[in-house]
Design a protein around this ligand. Structure first.
Ligand code: NDP
Length: 246
């Protein structure tokens, strides 16, 4: 029996890339998964696939910039499966560009989704984790926050802010109720950079993805590894990147 057999895991940004791969990996290993994102057609297809393969899955339209949506996601997990063991705060956008371009709307979008979205998840799940006596926050941060490079100032800033949040939460929760894990992927082949507006930045990022990017399954396996540890073992930080990434 896998240690994931008894886990209930909610995942934001589950409609594509790392979130979708994580949903499949965890469901295959026996977890019940509760999936949130805005593209419900993709979530519907994923839930159908998981159920066809014998897994347990539910979905909900979630925009992480709306606090109430995270509350509804957590409530869905608790009402459908009896509790929530893990929240994977994975939804993210990477609207990277040089700062001089002053794409202030994109800065706001990254702060709203990547940072505020994770805070909304913490606000929704923390009371449930505390009343259950256990819970695990996993977030998808980035190697962008570890090695600062041009065009990624705000993106990396949001990821490092999330890393800080989880470390502070960990230090406030040494009673053993909470576990926190920050996963830092390097280049992972997903559609993330296809949404970059700045053509030059987008082309460079797409080239890096195409030549270096690893499969989102690699990150999904790392997330599964962190979750399946015994309750008294916390995987704090993990970096998963292409072996050839500089
Ligand atoms: P994708 O673009 O495939 O996935 C992004 C996910 O976030 C989608 O499911 C999208 O769903 C969701 N999302 C975006 N905005 C919102 C929102 N407002 N509310 C709810 N969901 C939202 O890219 P990845 O899988 O690569 O990205 C997943 C995470 O991994 C992100 O946090 C990203 O920053 C991080 N990451 C990715 C790396 C990479 O190289 N790919 C490297 C390091 C970190 P929808 O549009 O349906 O709402």
């Amino acid at each position: 029996m896998s240690r994931l057999d008894s886990k209930v895991v909610a995942i934001t940004g589950a409609s594509s890339g790392i979130g979708a791969a994580t949903a499949l990996e965890l469901a295959t290993r026996g977890a019940a998964v509760v999936l949130g994102a805005r593209r419900t057609d993709r979530l519907d297809a994923l839930v159908a696939r998981i159920r066809t393969e014998g897994g347990r899955a539910e979905m909900l339209e979630v925009d992480v910039t709306r606090r109430a949506d995270l509350e509804r996601l957590v409530t869905l997990a608790v009402t459908r499966f009896g509790r929530l063991d893990v929240l994977v705060g994975n939804a993210g956008v990477a609207r990277t560009a040089p700062m001089a371009a002053l794409d202030v709307d994109d800065w706001d979008a990254m702060i709203d989704v990547n940072l505020r979205g994770v805070l909304h998840g913490i606000a929704a799940a923390l009371p449930v984790f505390r009343s259950q006596g256990h819970g695990h926050f996993v977030t998808t941060v980035s190697t962008s926050g570890l090695k600062i490079v041009p065009t990624q100032a705000v993106y990396a800033g949001t990821k490092n802010a999330v890393r800080t949040l989880l470390e502070a939460l960990r230090q406030e929760s040494t009673d053993g109720v909470l576990r926190t894990t920050s996963i830092s992927p390097g280049y992972v082949h997903t559609e993330l950079v296809d949404h970059i507006d700045d053509p030059e930045t987008r082309e460079q990022a797409q080239h890096a993805m195409a030549t270096l990017g690893i499969s989102p399954d690699a990150v999904a396996r790392a997330i599964a590894f962190a979750i399946e540890q015994p309750d008294d073992v916390e995987i704090g930080d993990m970096t998963i990147r292409p072996a050839r990434q500089g």
